[in-house]
Design a protein around this ligand. Structure first.
Ligand SMILES: [Fe+2]
Length: 313
């Protein structure tokens, strides 16, 4: 299979569905192109969350984004979880199902975090075997996101982009390219984010993520609590051009502002789509909602090599 976006449509500019925005969305039906849900928030819920999701799914395309697949773990895959995931996907007509290249726990214990894996031939074979099982159960290609990370492993022998390229090649899975994660990891691990993009098989990229992060000066943390910084937008410009137009989703998970602010943030992506793309009809600047004040994290992040080490006691 070598179909751009695995044959999935370009859904346009979407927003991560968060419960604080439920009332606004139901009342105002904002002109957002699509919503991405956190799968686990709706799999077991028969309450208001599920009711709202069903109402929203009547009007907007829905994509499912999970955090519990733990495809990198050595624990057995959770068949019950996968069955429930598949049922929800059918119920909301999910356009695709995504999760992360990570592990979240081992020996039955859940870390509740998205942990990186060593990148080598052994883990590649392990992850690919599990992806094939997942895809057989879900009866569709899974889409996996590049993680943000804060440590690397002595056992790693491959770059992350080479790992992702080999992974998609061997399993026909899709990629969710989070350009903020690329940037966060590039600063934390001192690599060139453009070299990362050079190695990405863009025909396998189904979707992009945008998000804000926190600049801790010595490192960046993927907090999803602020506006998207300029260097991340520049990576997005390149990714968008390389894909020929791609479903784009803004994640905002902490200090969440009013819905129009979140929506306005993702609509800024229009400014970065001007590199010869005729697939998407660009809206005029007049359509762009309110501009919000730039935050302290919107300045370019200094390269870690310029930091002065702090003496530890
Ligand atoms: Fe993401």
């Amino acid at each position: 299979m070598n179909l751009p976006r695995l044959g999935h449509p370009n859904l346009g500019l979407g927003v991560g569905l968060r419960s604080v925005h439920f009332s606004h969305i139901l009342e105002h039906h904002p002109s957002v192109d699509w919503f991405e849900i956190i799968s686990e928030n709706y799999m077991d819920s028969g309450g208001r969350a599920r009711y709202v999701l069903e109402k929203i799914a009547e009007r907007y395309p829905i994509v499912m984004h999970g955090v519990s697949l733990s495809v990198g773990s050595t624990d057995p895959l959770n068949r019950d979880y996968l069955d429930r995931l598949k049922r929800l996907a059918g119920h909301v007509d999910a356009k695709w199902i995504s999760d992360h290249l990570c592990w979240t726990g081992v020996a039955g214990r859940n870390s509740h975090d998205l942990l990186p894996i060593p990148l080598n031939e052994e883990t590649l074979a392990h992850v690919c075997e599990r992806i094939r099982i997942v895809q057989d159960i879900l009866e569709r290609p899974i889409v996996l996101e590049n993680p943000s990370s804060y440590v690397t492993f002595a056992d790693s022998t491959m770059n992350e982009w080479d790992f992702l390229a080999a992974m998609t090649d061997e399993t026909d899975c899709g990629l969710l390219l989070d350009v903020n994660n690329v940037y966060v990891s590039s600063v934390n691990h001192d690599f060139d984010p453009n070299e990362y993009l050079d190695g990405i098989p863009f025909d396998r990229v189904v979707q992009c993520h945008l998000a804000g992060h926190t600049n801790c000066q010595t490192h960046l943390i993927d907090t999803h609590d602020n506006h998207v910084v300029h260097p991340v937008w520049e990576l997005y410009r390149r990714a968008h051009a390389s894909t020929g137009g791609i479903s784009t989703l803004l994640e905002w998970d902490a200090n969440i502002p009013e819905f129009p602010v979140v929506h306005a943030e993702v609509l800024k992506a229009r400014r970065y789509m001007r590199d010869g793309l005729d697939e998407i009809e660009l809206a005029s600047e007049d359509d762009t909602p309110i501009e919000t004040a730039p935050s302290s994290t919107t300045s370019a992040v200094p390269h870690p090599a310029t930091f002065v080490a702090v003496d530890a006691e």
